[in-house]
Structures are given as structure tokens and as C-alpha cells.
Design a protein around this ligand. Structure first.
Ligand code: SAM
Length: 280
């Protein structure tokens, strides 16, 4: 069957290049080009943007991004078996696709892209959270990227967009929502992938805010939040004991109760506490 970009259907690409999925590389491929176009559209208008994609695999999402008008796509793929399939896409979109056969955790991606930059990826689940945390904790804010549109296990996606008061609310929610707007753009059943993973998946869309919602030193905030949620069943006064000697006074000065638990504390409260801790 003909495809919109004149390239072969993805099942054919996989068969031609012998791309049997490898579990160790988190390979669950999307073969429906309508679906990959939908994910690309969840990133908003791509025209005039460079897109960073991690883990293009056989290139379903890459094709979606290019068909939706991305100026350029830089795709980092660890599995060299995928390179011939990706070279066919490069040939169909001359000068618009650069493939780096590297480990996304090792590569200096920003050197390959020109702003405005959007990150769009069906991430390998084994490195997805690590990459997200790195993107959310750059040296400077606003970051080099404008938005992140990323596939995660549904449970991780729910942790990213969680509100205070529930089990899903934790370090990831605070980290993500302190300086970004965050929403689940779409959810996908296991059958959308080949092979189907055990869990449901969801695409999260994060947009970088020009400034954090509340003032705080990022490193201090990270320390306070990590301590609070590392022992999330404990009250703040016990969980944060190691953060500062007079922590109970600082909790009160931040307008919080020493008997609160971290999961009840909104982002504004963590930022107030980080300011109190940083006050010396
Ligand atoms: N984007 C494709 C799709 O939607 O069908 C493939 C997604 S698959 C979930 C994840 C991809 O990431 C695989 O192609 C895998 O080889 C690649 N990958 C795994 N670990 C990686 C890493 N550390 N750096 C770069 N790519 C990686």
C-alpha cells in the first residue's frame, strides 16, 4: 500500500532490514503512520523548528515529524541495525534528517541543533526517566528546548502530571511542573506497539515556562524535594531532618506544618521551604 511520504510501509521496512525487536534496547515499535503523525502533531507547530528525536528505530515517528513539517530532525539511535532504514528517510527528505548512531545518555545533542528546538520521542523505557530528569535540570533556564513531547509508561506519565494529595505526586511532578506546563496529550493501548509492551503508554507534552512558577534555587529545591519524598510516609520534620539542623523552624517559616507529609505539599510550599533552607 502507498504511504503519504512514498516510503514503504513500516512492516516492510522492518522485514527488509531484519529489525526484530530487542528487549534490552526497549524496542517497542509504532508501525501506524497515522498514529505517529498524531504524536508529531501533539508537539504543536513544527515548521521552523529543529526536532530532537531519541530512538527513531525503524523511523515511524521520524517520518511523522518530517511529514508534519519539521525544519530538521536530529535522531539519536543506539542500534546500528536501524541505520539503513533511516538512510532511506534521509534520502526522501534531503538535508532534513541527521542520524547520530550514539547512546542518547552520552551525546551532546544541543551542538547538533539550532533553536527553536522541540524534543519529540517514543523513548526507550529503560532510559526515559533519566533523560527527562536531565532535560528538566539544565544549567540555565529557559532551557535550550521549547517543549518535550514524550512517550512513557502510563504510570510514569501520571507521576509527571500529578497534583498534590495522591500517591502519584512526587519528585517528578515537582521537577516537571515547577518550570513547565505539563499534560497528557494521548494514551495508547499496548496493541499500538510491535511487540506490545505489558503496560499502557501515554504521551506527555511539557512546555518550558519562561521563568519558574515560584522562586527557588534549583539545587536546594531538588535536595528538599528528594529528602521529602525519599521517606514519603514520614512527617516533614522527620523526613527533612538531615537537610538543616533547625528544620522545624524553617518549615514553619515557609508556612508549612512540621506534621505535613511531602505528598500534601504543593510546589509553592516546596519553593518557600527551599528559600528558607537557602537563607543560611
Ligand atoms: N521511535 C520508534 C518508534 O516509535 O517505533 C522506536 C521506539 S522504541 C520504544 C525505542 C528506541 O530507542 C529503539 O529504537 C532503541 O534501539 C532506541 N534506544 C534504546 N536505548 C537507547 C539509547 N540509550 N540511546 C539512543 N537510542 C536508544
Amino acid at each position: 500500500m502507498a504511504t503519504i511520504d512514498g516510503l514503504p510501509p513500516l512492516r516492510e521496512v522492518i522485514a527488509t532490514h531484519g529489525l526484530s525487536a530487542r528487549k534490552a534496547l526497549g524496542q517497542n515499535f509504532l508501525l501506524d503512520l497515522n498514529l505517529t503523525a498524531k504524536i508529531a502533531r501533539a508537539a504543536g507547530d513544527l515548521s521552523g523548528c529543529d526536532v530532537l528525536e531519541v530512538g527513531p528505530g525503524p523511523g515511524g515517528l521520524t517520518r511523522g515529524l518530517l511529514a508534519e513539517g519539521a525544519r530538521r530532525v536530529v535522531a539519536i539511535e543506539k542500534d546500528a541495525r536501524c541505520l539503513p532504514a533511516l538512510a532511506e528517510i534521509s534520502a526522501a527528505y534531503p538535508g532534513q534528517l541527521e542520524v547520530l548512531n550514539e547512546d542518547a545518555l552520552q551525546v551532546d545533542w544541543a551542538a547538533h541543533l539550532t533553536p527553536p528546538i522541540k524534543v519529540v520521542a517514543n523513548l526507550p523505557y529503560n532510559v526515559g526517566t533519566e533523560l527527562l530528569v536531565r532535560w528538566l535540570t539544565p544549567k540555565l533556564w529557559p532551557p535550550e528546548w521549547q517543549s518535550l513531547t514524550l512517550m512513557f509508561q502510563r504510570e510514569v506519565a501520571e507521576r509527571i502530571v500529578a497534583q498534590p494529595g495522591g500517591k502519584a505526586y512526587g519528585r517528578l511532578a515537582v521537577l516537571a511542573q515547577w518550570r513547565c506546563s505539563a499534560k497528557i496529550a494521548l494514551t495508547l493501548p499496548p496493541e499500538a506497539f510491535t511487540p506490545p509492551p505489558k503496560v499502557r503508554s501515554a504521551v506527555v507534552h511539557l512546555e518550558a515556562l519562561p521563568e519558574p512558577r515560584f522562586a527557588a534555587d534549583p539545587k536546594v529545591l531538588e535536595r528538599v524535594v528528594a529528602a521529602g519524598f525519599n521517606q514519603r510516609r514520614k512527617m516533614l520534620r522527620a523526613a527533612l531532618k538531615g537537610v538543616a539542623p533547625d528544620i522545624e523552624d524553617r518549615i514553619l517559616a515557609a508556612g508549612l506544618k512540621p506534621t505535613d507529609r511531602a505528598e500534601q505539599v504543593p510546589i509553592e510550599g516546596f519553593c518557600a521551604l527551599a528559600r528558607q533552607v537557602a537563607a543560611g
